[in-house]
Design a protein around this ligand. Structure first.
Ligand code: ATP
Length: 323
């Protein structure tokens, strides 16, 4: 198995080495190779991600990704969007799990507000929100496949205002009916409040690109912050696993970033390659680490990134010994 490892910028360089050590416990013989992309590379070379890097990513079976900084520079094109488009990673899956709730947010990842069609004129700037039948159908079918193993699908939308969301909602309802799953629809603004007040009412949620982006950051509140939530970006051919958080330049270089979101991303990776028992061991090791108080400052602890990572590894090895 070929695994491309992209540390990227900022805290990506601190949390990915921790995640990699954990992953190598279960996949020691995989062919790991680094791919350098990001803002640091752009500053040094003038390129954040060239065709060579895209080809390298495409040569991998799996990609483990840290985070890249997107500066407010008009000449800089977001490489996260570039990679999602080039590799057609159309489904972004973000599990949010707590004591009395277990939610999976499925976000369309290639269209909507992030379609990349935008321009600036003298007195206005325009971004085109593109929603296609093909895009809706495949993300709806993806969400329905996940819901089949679970209970209920909520379609987050703003169809009362946006024609593009009417199309999205209509196609999701059609696919849910065809798949025979229970489903309901909810306006995204009401959903953003309700997920915080009654998270136990939700199971799988499917929504469009920017709404899913915002909803998953909002729901980070339920679990203690951005340092905890992993994500999977899945296409028909490629798969990329990354923490939901960004490069967090404010805390980069201090060895205090929480590595748990990155390590949980390796559990999603193992689920993807059909190693669910091993994925569960990683999740249990993280749970033990948190329960025993080995946490970084964002969770109120005093441990460094490396100390937290070492504790997760120790817990994982202890779990494996007794398995
Ligand atoms: P970017 O421009 O790369 O998106 P950002 O700082 O705007 O970076 P995030 O990286 O998502 O966005 O971080 C938002 C805030 O959340 C950061 O300022 C940081 O304090 C906190 N944060 C994010 N990830 C972590 C983490 N792994 N551990 C601790 N704090 C984190």
């Amino acid at each position: 198995m070929k695994i491309a490892v992209v540390e990227g910028d900022g805290i990506g360089r601190e949390v990915i080495p921790v995640a990699l050590r954990v992953l190598k416990e279960f996949l020691p013989d995989a062919d790991y190779f680094p791919v350098e992309v990001g803002y640091d590379k752009w500053e040094r070379t003038g390129y954040a991600c060239t065709g060579n890097e895209i080809d390298a990513l495409k040569s991998a079976d799996i990609i483990l990704f840290g985070a890249v900084t997107t500066p407010p520079d008009p000449d800089y094109r977001s490489i996260v969007l570039q990679i999602r488009h080039e590799l057609d990673l159309y489904a972004n899956v973000r599990p949010v799990h707590g004591d009395n709730f277990d939610i999976v947010i499925v976000r369309e990842n290639t269209e909507g507000m992030y379609s990349g069609i935008e321009w600036t004129e003298s007195d206005r700037a325009c971004t085109v929100r593109v929603i296609t039948k093909k895009g809706c159908t495949r993300i709806a079918q993806f969400a329905c496949r996940i819901t089949k193993q679970r209970k209920h699908l909520t379609i987050g939308n703003k169809a009362n205002v946006l024609k593009s969301d009417s199309l999205f909602r209509e196609i999701c309802l059609k696919e849910a009916a065809a798949a025979g799953i229970m489903c309901s629809t909810q306006y995204i603004d009401a959903l953003a409040l309700d997920i915080l007040m009654r998270p136990e009412n939700y199971d799988v949620i499917v929504t469009t690109n920017i709404f899913g982006d915002i909803l998953s950051d909002v729901s980070a509140y339920l679990v203690g912050g951005l340092g905890l939530i992993p994500s999977a970006n899945i296409g028909s051919r490629y798969a990329l696993f990354e923490p939901v958080h960004g490069s967090a330049p404010d805390i980069a270089g201090q060895n205090i970033a929480n590595p748990i979101a990155a390590v949980r991303s390796t559990a999603l990776l193992l689920d993807h390659v059909k190693m669910p028992d091993e994925a569960k061991m990683i999740r249990d090791a993280i749970q033990n680490t948190i329960s025993k108080g080995f946490t970084t400052p964002d969770l109120g602890g005093k441990c460094s990134t490396d100390q937290t990572g070492k504790k997760i590894l120790d817990e994982l090895r202890a779990i494996r010994r007794t398995a």
